[in-house]
Design a protein around this ligand. Sequence first.
Ligand code: MN
Length: 736
Amino acid sequence: MQVDLEAEKKEILSRYRGLLRSSTRSISTAEKKLIRKAFDVALEAHKDMRRKTGEPYIYHPIAVAKIAAQELGLDTTSIVCALLHDTVEDTYITLEDVENLFGKKERQIIDGLTKISGVFDHSTSAQAENFRKMLLTLSDDIRVILIKLADRLHNMRTLGSMTREKQLKIASETLFMYAPLAHRLGLYNVKTELEDLSLKYKEPEQYEEIVSKLQKTAAVRSRFINQFMLPIRRELEKEGFSFEIKGRTKSIFSIWNKMQVKKVAFEDVYDVFAIRIIVDTKVEKEKADAWQVYSVVTDFYQPNPDRLRDWISIPKTNGYESLHTTVMSPKGKWVEVQIRSKRMDELAEKGYAAHWKYKDGAAQDNNLDSWLNQIREILESDSDNALDFIDNFKLNLFSEEIYIFTPNGDLKTLPKGSKALDFAFHIHTQVGSQCIGAKVNHKLVPLSHELKSGDQVEVLTSKKQTPKEDWLNFVITARARQKIKNSLKEEKRMIAREGKEILRRKFRNMKVDFLSINITELERYFNLDSATELYYQIAKGKIDLKHLKAFENTNGRLSIPEEKAPPPKTKSKPKPSPPPGKKDMLLIGDERQEIEYTLAKCCNPIAGDDVFGFVTIHDGIKVHRNNCPNATEMMSNYAYRVMKARWASKETVEFEVKLKFTGIDDVGLVHNITNIISSDMNVNMKGISFESVDGIFDGEVRVLVTDTEHLRTLIEKLKNVEGVLTVDRVDSEIFP
Ligand code: MN
C-alpha cells in the first residue's frame, strides 16, 4: 500500500486542531499545553500502528478525545486521558510514565481504562449487572466510564472494517451493555447512535430497509405534522411564545425493536412519532409556560388522561425533564406531544455536554463534580424503579453467573446461588476441605452463606476441619460437590474396613462363608449398591445384623426365601447416544475446535447455513442459523455465550429439512414432485403429506439433504414443476 506520509501528517494535525476547537467549554493556555503533550506522547507511542482500516492508529484516540470533549462535554483531564487511553495497553508506555508525565489522577484513570479493557474487551463472559459493578470497582474516577463510552462509540462508528464475527460480538455487546449505560446516564444521543449502529451490523438488511422506508415516508410525515400543528402554532404565536417545533420519528433501532416485539410491519410503526414543542423561556418560567402550552394543545385536541407525564415537577432519575401528553389527531391517530424548555431539550439530548452552556467559570467545575457524583449515585443505587439500567433486558433471568473478588482483588466467576463454601473449593480443594467460615465484605458469615455479585470474600480455615456430609445439602457447584464426595468416600472407606471385620466375625459365628456371592445377596436384601456401603452401614450400626436370621444357610451359602425378597430395583435406562458422524462437521470457537454440539430445533441448521454456536446451561453447545428466529435475542442478550461456528466438511451427513408447498392441484402433480425428490435429485424422502381444498393444494415433505447447495437446487427444481406456486423451507415446528 502506498501511503503519502506527508499528507497523513497534515491530516493528523488537522484532526488534532479539530479536537481543540470541539471542546464545549473554554480551554486555558495551560490546559492546551497539557493536551498537546498528551497528543505528542500518544502520537509517538502509536506511531507504527495502524487501524484495521489502514489509517494511522492516532486517529482513534483523537476521535475518542473529541467525543469526550464535544459530545460528553468532559474536561481537560478527560481529553488528556482519552488521548492516552490505549497507550498503556498497546504500547511501551507504562502507568509510571503516565504518572510522571501527567499526574496521579491521569494514572488512575488510565489504569481503570486498561483494566476494563482487560476484563471486558478480551473476555467472553460479561453481563450487564456485573458490568455495572465491575465498572464501579475498576473505576475510582467516574470519568473512566465516560471515556470508555466514548471509546466504544468511536469503535462502533468504525466497525465496518472488522470481521463479521467481531462485528456481531461488538455490536451485541454494545446493545446489551453500553447503550443501556448511556441511557442510564441520560446521554440520549449517544444511546440512540449506539443502538442504531448495533442494528446496522447485526441486521444489515433490516436496517437498510427501515432507513430507506423512513426516507420515502418523510414527506408524508412532515405534511401531517404541519397540518396538526397549524392551529397550535397560530395560538402560541398569538400568545407571544418564542418556540420551535420538532417532529421526530423513533430511532431506527426502536422502530425495529417495536416491529420485533409487537410483530408488526414497518407501516404500523413508522408514523408513531412525537411532536416536540420547545419553548425558549427563562428557567423560572419554564414550568408555568410548559403548562400553558399544554393548555393550548389540549384546547385543539382531546388528550388521553392516562398518558399524561409530568417530568418537570418530578424529573426522571437520570435528570430527564419534560411534559408529555398524548392527544387524538383529527385523523383518529394518537400523537405524543412533548413540551419542554430549550434548556431541558438540550440536556435531554446531549446530557452533560449541554450543562456548560448554563454555567460559567468556577461553576463549570463544580457542575462537573456534581454531575459525576450523580452518575456514581445512579450506578450505585440498587433501586430498580423508574428508568432501569437493565429494565429492557429483564436481567435477573439471565444472571446465571456472579463475580466474586478475593481479598487481593482477583476476580472469580461462580454460578449464581454459590455459597461461601463453593467459593472456598473454587480457590483450592484444601481451602474448601478446611473451611470453617468466611468473611464477606469483612463480615463473618457461615459456610452456607449465599454470595452476591461484587462480594469480596476471605475464607477462614482450620487444620482440624474435614468435609462433612451435610455440606452436600447447600453447596451448588459441581466442583465442591465432587471434592466433598471424594473426601467423604475416603473417610467412608476407612469406616467400612471396620464394618467388614464385624461382618466377617458374624459370618464366622453363623458358619457362613465370606464370599462375594453372599455379600451381593446382602446388598440386594438391604437395597444397597456397593459392598463398601454395606460395610459402612454395619460399622455405623445402621444395619442390624439380626436380620441375617431371615436368611437360609445352605452349606455356607446365604439365600433369601422368595416371599421375603425385596422387590428388585429397576435399572435406569441407558442414555441415548448422540447421533453419529456429527462431530467433525462443525468447527466451533476461536480455535475452531471440534466440540460436541447439537443442532438447534428452532431453526434446524444444515451444512452450508451461516451458523453460530450457543452455549446453553444444560445441553452443551447448540448450533443455530444466523437467521434463526431467536438469534437476535440470543446474540444481544447473551453475546458472551455465542461462539463462532463454521462448517468444516460437507461429507456424507444428511440433514432433515421440511419443505412447504402450495400450488394448484393437478393430476400427476404429486407424482411429479415425488419423482423429482426421489429419483431425479437422489434425495431421500422421509415423509410427505398433501391436502387439497377446492383445487388448491398445501403440502409438506420431509427430505434428507447434504447441505444448503443441495437444498437450493432441490427447491429450484420443485418450483419448476407445473402447478407449484411456492416452495419454502420451514424453520421449525416449535416457533411458527
Ligand atoms: Mn480504544
